[in-house]
Design a protein. Structure first.
Length: 278
């Protein structure tokens, strides 16, 4: 029997790609021998469905390692075309409606593991070039070093500490937008009050007689002081256990005395209502 000699295969040819994806080998640095693979495909949705990402210009990337940041991923794919934006996520975005912007202070990003990425190019040709991209590509170079290990942990911790001034500005901006929204809703409700709709119904809103005023710091202190005095008076009244017991016994005695008085009063009323024909 003859044995056929198989053609020599490199390590990159032995890595299977998921159906519909192209594999791009990357390395963290030149010292690393093994390659890590990014699996990419053109992002697309069903016809008639809205998407957050622009069609034909978005590249969907799987298996993004933790050390690969948005800046480094943009630099790796910059040879394919001008990159407009890069966003890393913990899992694929299945929502069809546009996402609301979330605060980095009140909605911090979770500690990332392997992630997915959405890369938006300026032109559709960038997606085609990325699908045909060969590697391996270097994530960390001398001109663009990428932090890893303890240095990355220290940097992530420093970034997690919020800047007080930036936090104050964001809170003030949110409160101004909220106050404006409430004022617009109240003005709209006031305009619609008493105006009949198409079917002749009049919308009636319930309002209190006295508007609730916001509690100031002085008012809050007065309430706390009043509660403290009430609690201190109660503690002084029943400071000892025997005082509490004596007060209960005295209260029971008063109840018994009142009960006996009520019985005598009832007997007297019954005697006065006795029938006397003569």
């Amino acid at each position: 029997a003859r044995r056929r000699k198989s053609a020599a295969r490199g390590p990159e040819d032995c890595i299977p790609s998921p159906p519909g994806y192209a594999a791009i080998p990357i390395k963290f640095s030149e010292k690393q021998q093994a390659s890590h693979y990014l699996y990419v495909r053109a992002h697309g949705v069903r016809q008639g469905t809205k998407s957050t990402w622009p069609q034909k210009r978005t590249l969907f990337v799987l298996n993004v390692p933790p050390y690969c940041t948005e800046e480094s991923l943009s630099r790796l794919l910059s040879s394919c075309g001008l990159v407009q934006s890069v966003e890393l996520q913990e899992k694929p975005d299945l929502a069809e409606s546009p996402k609301e912007s979330r605060s980095k202070f009140f909605h911090p990003k979770p500690v990332p593991g392997f992630q997915v990425a959405y890369v938006v190019f300026q032109k559709p040709s960038g997606v085609s070039a990325a699908l045909a991209l060969k590697g391996p590509l270097l994530v960390s170079t001398e001109s663009h070093p990428v932090k890893s290990g303890i240095h990355k942990w220290i940097s992530d911790y420093a970034d997690s500490v919020p800047d007080p001034e930036a936090l104050r500005v964001e809170v003030d901006t949110f409160m101004e937008a909220y106050d404006q929204k409430i004022a617009e809703e109240e003005a709209k409700a006031k305009e619609e009050e008493g105006v009949p709709d198409e079917e002749g119904w009049v919308k009636v809103t319930r309002r209190g007689r006295r508007p609730v005023l916001p509690r100031t710091e002085a008012a809050s202190l007065r309430v706390l002081e009043r509660e403290r005095r009430k609690r201190a008076r109660k503690e002084l009244l029943n400071f000892y256990a025997w005082q509490h017991r004596e007060s209960k016994m005295e209260h029971l005695a008063q109840l018994r005395k009142k009960f006996e008085e009520d019985k005598q009063r009832i007997e007297l009323l019954r005697a006065q209502r006795k029938f006397r024909p003569y």
